[in-house]
Design a protein around this ligand. Structure first.
Ligand code: AMP
Ligand code: ZN
Length: 505
């Protein structure tokens, strides 16, 4: 079979490009991580599901992956402009806690979502406050040629680098009205790389620097952590599409200044060869906004009874560059699709186990996490070969997970094929998609809201009584049991094609 060259959409060139690693055989990826001042919403988590699929795809293609995700615990302002409050300081004041406690709590909450969504651990989580000395050194290196000092801090002069704002396709001077005026700025788009603590104030997090006591700017953090750990230029920098407008153009300007490189006709001068951005998850009623009270956290989905991997499935069904609209119906449909796959895999595992115990098959395939195309490529897949070909072509086509899922459907639906091969191929595809199909059971996927008090044993007992009543043609009793269950939130599903008999709603 062919190994389809991996093509990725580069936001910097606005083109799909063949991926050619900076260091042969390797892929180095930096993902802008969360600011840990609050819980992530499920839109934020879409950004990490996307980065995870990218990482898994690079592994599938046999590249040695070094993935870094940062944790921002200082410097991110409330409005991406240079006026406004530090998100961390603001939350700490609101909750009357230290910033360190706030950061720890929300970092753990974010990591819980990462685990629940089966996002692989990156090689390194870089925490911004661990890199402040390096940030000061970086700023010192570019200060003379590219920065100027104002009362409020050290500012980057965007006119000192070529092609500023190309990533956003923005006009420098217009500044799109997005950066609030700070008196004395040379250009509207100039941004703070070091913010001085105003006289008479103290902040919970501040450090000494050549420009006074204060804190680093958010853009500086990512330039320093990515360059420090991965080395400039590295392969791929990812983030949500909002970062294409301000955060990443500013990172790029700093990287150009630091690396003493010029224009962006050669994307490597930006610090990374490829910049990739996931589109937004949107929700009509505004429940995505963290200021809306009860916002859409992964935990809310879990509390309503949905397995978190149903949300991962929902993300995979759309292309990462398309906007995705969240709805409970959509989540339900994604859950049903996941259930069908898990049921197919359960059957497959059972048949495979039978064969192994009957010694018809000498060996069970090792269902390892680290499948690569190279490992499965040489085998004779017989009737399954077109599905493998389709899968590889889809995932290599700028991560077309929607089509890749249908290739997995093809494998699971294949009849009269070697069971060991079918099992192995399904596992290999799932190692890229990350749905944990071989770890989940049907029971894990039952809808069970947190508020439900009735136990599964009680439901099963009631259903057994109902079965008896129906066998005795006592339909009044059967209906009464059904109504009793309904009163406790249990919906009896007669004739459900998936064989689920009941669900808690
Ligand atoms: P933040 O913690 O605000 O820096 O955001 C974390 C990540 O989530 C960033 O990569 C954002 O670009 C991304 N993001 C924010 N909102 C959404 C959304 N509604 N859908 C998808 N990604 C988002
Ligand atoms: Zn960043």
């Amino acid at each position: 079979m062919t190994d389809t060259p991996l093509k990725l959409f580069n936001s910097l060139t606005r083109q799909v490009e063949v991926f050619e690693p900076v260091h042969p055989g390797e892929a180095r990826v930096y993902t802008c991580g969360p600011t840990v001042y609050n819980y992530p919403h499920i839109g934020n988590m879409r950004a990490y599901v996307f980065a995870d699929v990218l990482g898994r795809t690079l592994s599938w293609k046999g590249l040695k992956l070094t993935h870094v995700i940062n944790i921002t615990d200082v410097g991110h302002l409330t409005d991406d402009a240079d006026a406004g409050e530090d998100k961390m300081e603001k939350m700490a004041a609101q909750q009357a806690q230290s910033i360190w406690d706030i950061a720890e709590h929300y970092k753990q909450a974010y990591w819980a979502d990462v685990r629940a969504l089966n996002i692989r651990q990156p090689a390194q989580w870089t925490v911004a406050t661990d890199y402040v000395p390096q940030m000061i050194e970086f700023a010192k290196g570019i200060a003379d040629k590219h920065c100027y000092e104002l009362e409020s801090g050290l500012y980057f002069d965007v006119s000192t680098v070529a092609d500023y704002g190309r990533l956003a396709r923005a006009q420098t001077e217009e500044g799109e009205g997005r950066i609030e005026a700070v008196e004395g700025k040379r250009n509207a788009a100039d941004f703070a790389i070091w913010r001085k603590t105003p006289a008479g104030e103290t902040r919970q997090m501040e450090w000494d620097s050549p420009w006074g006591r204060g804190a680093p700017g958010w853009h500086l953090e990512c330039s320093v952590m990515s360059g420090e750990v991965l080395g400039f230029p590295f392969d791929i920098h990812t983030g949500g599409i909002d970062h294409r407008e301000i955060h990443h153009p500013n990172e790029i300007a700093q990287n150009q200044a630091y690396c003493c490189t010029n224009g962006l006709d050669d994307p490597r001068n930006s610090g990374a060869k490829i910049w990739m951005h996931n589109n937004f998850l949107v929700e009509r009623s505004g429940k995505m906004s963290k200021s809306s009270g009860e916002f859409l956290r992964l935990q809310l989905l879990i509390d309503k009874g949905y397995h978190p991997l149903a949300y991962r499935m929902m993300c995979l069904q759309a292309h990462y560059r398309s906007e995705l609209e969240f709805s409970w119906e959509g989540l339900g449909a994604a859950l049903t699709r996941l259930k069908r796959m898990v049921m197919a895999v359960e059957q497959l595992k059972a048949r495979h186990a039978e064969l192994v115990s009957a010694s018809i098959e000498p060996q069970a395939p090792a269902l390892s996490e680290g499948w690569t195309l190279k490992q499965v490529q040489g085998d004779d897949w017989g009737k399954l070969a077109p599905a493998l070909e389709k899968f590889d072509a889809a995932i290599a086509d700028d991560l077309n997970t929607a089509v890749a899922l249908t290739a997995l459907d093809d494998v699971l639906a294949a009849k009269k094929v070697d069971i060991a091969k079918k099992t192995e191929l399904a596992a290999a595809m799932d190692a890229v998609l990350g749905l944990n199909l071989f770890g989940l059971t049907r029971a894990d996927l039952r809808i069970r809201p947190k508020s439900a008090t009735i136990t599964e044993d009680e439901i099963e007992a009631a259903l057994a009584r109902r079965k008896e009543a129906r066998a005795a043609q006592d339909f009044a009793a059967s209906d009464a049991i059904r109504d009793e269950l309904a009163a406790q939130g249990v919906e009896v599903m007669d004739g459900d094609p998936l064989g689920w008999e009941w669900k808690l709603g």
